[in-house]
Design a protein around this ligand. Structure first.
Ligand SMILES: [Zn+2]
Ligand SMILES: [Zn+2]
Length: 177
């Protein structure tokens, strides 16, 4: 386990978050999530959104961070979480990711929004992307199968909600002539 907080240099303490061992700073409230535990925790918080892209493996868009990795002491880099104002620090060597106080909640809240609001067409695109990722060897088929199952479940709910809207739209359209 790492030693000091990359934000305020206080000693980090091991805690368990959603059943996952992480390190927490009692002073600034930030959390260090070793390896890919940020994804594991997010998937536990919002299971229906497990198919959302894994930000930590994203190759592009990272900026240099002035914080140092609590595990290897190398320079970290900062990634802006898509569609949020949250910036997450990650170690480019894969040691893990750092979230400041409240950021995990904001990312989770965003995921809930996505799950609730994403239109069926976007969900279909996400399914196609999963298939592509397997074909290109970027993701093991077992993981894709469970993520596609989540997507199909969401899609089922979406179609249920959207079909009456589509039907109403078709009626309205015929009246416009
Ligand atoms: Zn701290
Ligand atoms: Zn590191």
């Amino acid at each position: 386990m790492p030693n000091t907080c990359p934000a305020c240099s206080t000693a980090l303490r091991p805690i368990v978050l959603e059943g996952v061992a992480v390190a927490h700073c009692g002073d600034c409230g930030g959390t260090w999530l070793p390896g890919h535990r940020l994804d594991v925790v997010l998937d536990a918080l919002v299971p229906d959104a497990s198919w959302l892209d894994d930000l930590l493996t994203r190759a592009h868009g990272a900026q240099d961070s002035n914080r140092r990795c609590p595990s290897c002491d190398g320079s970290m880099e900062t990634l802006l979480w898509p569609d949020t104002e949250v910036s997450v620090d990650r170690c480019p060597s894969g040691c893990g990711a750092w979230v400041d106080a409240g950021e995990l909640d904001r990312i989770a809240a965003h995921r809930v929004d996505v799950v609730v609001q994403k239109p069926a067409s976007e969900l279909l695109k996400a399914i196609a992307r999963e298939v592509e990722q397997v074909a290109e060897g970027q993701e093991p088929p077992s993981m894709a199968v469970s993520e596609i199952a989540d997507l199909l479940r969401l899609l089922g709910r979406r179609v249920f909600v959207q079909v009456p809207v589509v039907a109403a739209g078709a009626n309205a359209g015929s009246q416009h002539g």
